[in-house]
Design a protein around this ligand. Structure first.
Ligand SMILES: [Fe+2]
Ligand SMILES: [Fe+2]
Length: 168
């Protein structure tokens, strides 16, 4: 059994986000199950997928009145940079670092999905945002001021524990 399995608990009723999250869980499990020779291609695939995943959510936020430097996007940036560092280290033979990051992502993802992504999904539903066309159907529901947090009840700052060591 993979460290992280897909479950309906992750469904936020935003099909594009839900599909992407499901793919993330599947790609992460593929990294976990990969052999010495297949772990790096699997990791590269996960990093590329995550970059597109985060870019998409960041765009949705900017289009619905989040400040570009909001804490959700900032967390995306930090996590992606760590994953890219893993790709670099892994390509030089440090496969254990990649495997450790995969284990940490399996802990990080549920926290992120249940806090920041859930808050974003609620916000997007509230303003009637169409993730396919980018149209805001209820512009009157947009906040007057830019959002700097993550639009949730509390801002989560949970990140993989290697954040501290990677940025130290
Ligand atoms: Fe997400
Ligand atoms: Fe996110």
């Amino acid at each position: 059994m993979a460290a992280l399995e897909w479950s309906n608990d992750f469904v936020l009723n935003l099909p594009q986000m839900d599909d992407t999250h499901h793919e993330f869980v599947v790609l992460l499990a593929a990294v976990e199950a990969a052999s010495e020779t297949t772990v790096m291609p699997a990791w590269q695939e996960l990093v590329a997928h995550t970059e597109a995943h985060f870019n998409r959510e960041d765009r949705w936020m900017v289009e619905t009145r989040f400040a570009a430097s909001n804490c959700h996007s900032t967390q995306h940036q930090v996590v992606l940079e760590i994953m890219q560092k893993g790709a670099e280290e892994g390509s030089q033979g440090n496969l254990e670092m990649v495997r450790q990051m995969a284990r940490e992502l399996a802990v990080w993802f549920p926290q992120h999905a249940h806090s920041m992504d859930a808050a974003l999904a609620t916000h997007l539903h509230r303003v009637g945002y169409d993730t396919v066309t980018g149209v805001v159907h209820k512009p009157q529901a947009l906040p007057v001021a830019e959002i700097h947090g993550c639009a949730g009840d509390s801002c989560s700052d949970t990140e993989p524990s290697s954040v501290a060591s990677a940025t130290a």
